[in-house]
Structure formats: C-alpha cells, structure tokens
Design a protein around this ligand. Sequence first.
Ligand code: ZN
Length: 127
Amino acid sequence: MSFGLSKRSMDRLQGVHPRLVAVVREASALTPVDFMITEGVRTRARQAALVRAGASRTMASRHLTGHAVDVAALVDGQVRWDWPLYPRIAAAFKAAAARQGTAIVWGGDWSTLRDGPHFELDRKAFP
Ligand SMILES: [Zn+2]
C-alpha cells in the first residue's frame, strides 16, 4: 500500500531542499506507516522560541536552511507519537535515500535527545 502526501504536507515542504523533498516523496510511497509533514523550513524567530521553550538546543538547526523536515505518524488518519511507529517510517526514508544516493540522518539514531520525527540531509554531503 502506498500513502502519498497530502496537500498540507506538500505545502509544508516549500523551501525545503529538493533532494530532501525527493526522499520524502519516495518514502511516502514506501512506508508501511502513513505520515504527514509537520514542519520544514523554520524562521529564526520560531527557532528562538523553540530554544527558549526547551524544545530545541540549537540556533544552528537544519530547519533554518531547508535541510530538515519533521514528520508525524498517522494511523487511520490520526496523529500518533508511539515510538515504535517511527523506526518503521525511518526505514522507508533510509530506503528511499539509498535508492536516490542521498545521504540523510534520522534524529532517532542520535545517541542523546533522540528525535524520532526528525530527518535531515547529512551535513557532510550537504553543508
Ligand atoms: Zn526537526
């Protein structure tokens, strides 16, 4: 089964790096768990608000430059934050990225402050 992206998700990809958009699109066709895009490009003002609130640690976020997206898992059309859903979505992102030769990083693989909804282009390949 293939889910595809809603118009709302597509709107939230505006300004995101085209290589990451391509990975998102293919992942949406491969994933066993539906997802939506909750955030792509972030303004500095929004990033500062997230840092103040403790939701982000850095003003060097990849969201500021269009190199990152956040997703939310959807089960039967409803957003779910259950951790086991996110490695399944990540597997689809990684498969799509590998097929396209695009180096990505999943926040769920970080050893500190794991960020399951977050995907970004690898800084080594996309500074
Ligand atoms: Zn993020």
